[in-house]
Design a protein around this ligand. Structure first.
Ligand code: ZN
Length: 595
């Protein structure tokens, strides 16, 4: 008997959804009900049950006692008749991992709203989505299968089981919709925000990107629809993947303007984001670590493989922009240069491997503090560089016979539709097997170790030169040959808030650290001049290595003075260029990689 869920944006001004759940055949010993502690794709304990502000149960019109067993689990008193549970959920989290409701719109992930019927997770879940009380102008956008509702309307939806029910985020409000076909599959994008944008251009770019991904791994057998949910406020960036959809945030200004043809950096970022989430529909939503098969959403699930699922996805997201003709080669090389720069920026890469970063994502990557750059490495950024290095290594060593594309196709064949998932060493095994190479050393140093990757040499053998230069300013992202005159090394980053300039981070071994500056300190003056995030770059360009200048600062409300002895800036900013004078073999290797 299917579980019948109902959700109603009952009090938008108070940010409250009312969620009802009717269980036809509750456990005769007393039904347990549980809220997830985390949402797949975002590896941090979020304890969604904390937003349940009221909950009660009833059966045959009479109240049924609910006893709380732990932070996320309730037990209903035994009842033989169907059991109905009614909860009110506070929804005021604007992220893609939460639930948000106000008088302008509603958004929710099922993990935030729907109780799991423990022991009956495999039952079908029907969902009725009700409109808000104050307007009839809202539409509904979700990839959940319609059962009685009109398309984009309120009403009846259905999911095969609980895991699927919570894998379809729902947006409701006044939406800008656009539909397109990709590989014969109906796709749509639903945008929330006050936008004026060229949606024809966006959908034609998305079609090309989606079809590029489909051509690599083939259309999954159950991919019969796909929806991009996109929230476009003044600022923001991020996404969360689902099996038939993704929830994304980008700044309004990253959308393309009607009449413009250039790919702005912001639009390139947006396409990269949507490309990333789309690639996940293979890599982590269907093919996933054994540890996530099935997901256990009440506690942390540790795997060393997040670098495969996020890093390789981060490699293919931008590569697909190039291969589908959305950006050109120099734009793609700029993106690689920026990623190399991000990885080289922190000493954390020398302390933590991507396998460790994956394993500890719950407490480290997802809970970054001011020391993160010194302590951890991103399994996204370094993971994507490992994918790049592996791809180039395979191509070179097999003279173009085997590439990462082949590895991914084989992984997809083995683990894509399997219920068991990829074992911890599964990816490495596939690489060894299909290439015939002995890659243990490669993985030991790149994935399980902390050595810098031999990108210089690998890119060189594909006709690309990797250059390193010192940063020219604090926010030098790299990717370009120069970004102003070289500056001396300070080693602190700054934030500006309400006219105050504070230290955000301090690099280990830097002049800022030697001077005793610490995260959170308010900086007043450097060399007798007021310091701000907008003037610091100019000051650093005026100084020379060896110069010592006074700094005035507050720690808390206590004033102190110190001095900084500046050093030469470390050479850690990367940019890439294509070599003209390469032989035909190298040219062929490069062409096979990039097209
Ligand atoms: Zn991702």
């Amino acid at each position: 008997m299917p579980h019948r869920y109902q959700i109603e944006p009952v009090d938008p001004a108070a940010h409250l959804f009312e969620v009802r759940l009717r269980i036809e055949a509750p456990d005769p010993d007393g039904q347990q009900l549980r809220m997830p502690a985390w949402i797949p794709g975002s590896y941090m304990i979020r304890d969604y049950a904390r937003n349940v502000i009221e909950i009660r149960a009833e059966s045959s019109g009479k109240p049924v006692a609910l006893n709380k067993l732990d932070k996320s689990t309730w037990q209903a008193a035994p009842t033989e008749a169907p059991l109905t549970v009614v909860a009110r959920v506070y929804a005021y989290d604007t992220s893609v991992r939460g639930a948000h409701l106000d008088t302008t719109h509603g958004f929710f992930n099922g993990t935030c709203c729907f109780l799991e019927v423990v022991g009956q997770e495999d039952e079908r879940c029907d969902l009725k989505i009700l409109p808000p009380p104050h307007t009839d102008a809202w539409q509904v956008a979700t990839s959940m299968r319609v059962s009685g509702a009109e398309r984009y309307g309120f009403g009846e939806y259905t999911a095969t089981d609980y895991a699927e029910l919570i894998d379809h985020p729902v947006e409701m409000g006044v939406l800008e919709m656009a539909e397109f076909d990709a590989g014969g599959v109906p796709h749509a994008i639903a945008i929330r925000g006050r936008i004026r944008a060229d949606l024809d251009r966006l959908t034609s770019d998305l079609k090309a990107i989606c079809e590029q991904h489909m051509s690599l791994l083939g259309k999954p057998s159950d991919l019969d629809r796909y929806l991009f949910l996109l929230h476009a406020p003044g600022s923001g960036y991020g996404g969360l993947e689902h099996r038939w959809s993704s929830a994304n945030i980008c700044s309004r200004d990253s959308l393309p303007v009607i009449g413009e043809e250039k790919v702005t950096d912001a639009y390139r970022n947006l396409l990269g984001l949507l490309s990333h989430e789309y690639f996940h529909l293979w890599n982590v939503k269907r093919m996933k670590p054994a540890e996530f098969s099935p997901y256990r959403l009440h506690e942390e699930s540790h795997t060393e493989l997040l670098w495969v699922f996020e890093g390789i996805t981060s490699y293919y997201d931008d590569l697909a922009l190039l291969r589908s003709g959305r950006i050109d080669e120099s734009s793609y090389l700029e993106l690689i240069g920026q990623t190399v720069t991000r990885v080289l920026a922190g000493d954390g890469r020398l302390r933590q491997s991507v396998a460790e970063s994956s394993f500890d994502a719950w407490t480290k990557f997802y809970q970054q503090d001011a020391n993160a750059g010194n302590a951890i490495v991103s399994y996204y950024a370094k993971g994507s560089l490992i994918a790049l290095a592996l791809d180039l290594h395979l191509r070179r060593e097999t003279e173009g016979a085997v590439a990462l594309d082949d590895v991914m196709r084989e992984c997809w064949k083995r683990y894509g539709e399997s219920a068991d998932g990829m074992p911890e060493r599964g990816f490495e095994q596939v690489c060894n097997e299909i290439s015939g190479l002995e890659l243990t050393e490669f993985f030991d140093s790149s994935v399980h170790g902390t050595e810098d990757l031999p990108l210089d040499e690998l890119l060189g053998s594909h006709g690309i030169r990797l250059h390193l230069r010192p940063a020219a300013k604090l926010s030098d992202k790299g990717g370009k040959s120069a970004d102003g005159a070289p500056a001396v090394w300070f080693g602190a980053t700054l934030t500006q808030n309400n006219g105050r300039t504070s230290v955000a981070t301090v690099a280990n071994g830097s002049p800022a650290e030697a001077a005793g500056l610490a995260p959170g300190d308010e900086l007043l003056a450097l060399d007798g001049l007021r310091i701000s995030a907008s003037t610091i770059d100019r000051r650093l360009q005026e100084l020379q290595p060896g110069d010592r200048v006074d700094v005035a600062a507050f720690r808390g409300d206590e004033f102190y003075e110190t001095s900084v002895e500046f050093e030469a800036t470390p050479v850690r900013v990367a940019w890439l260029e294509s070599c003209d004078d390469v032989d035909t073999d190298t040219e062929a290797l490069k062409a096979a990689w990039l097209s």
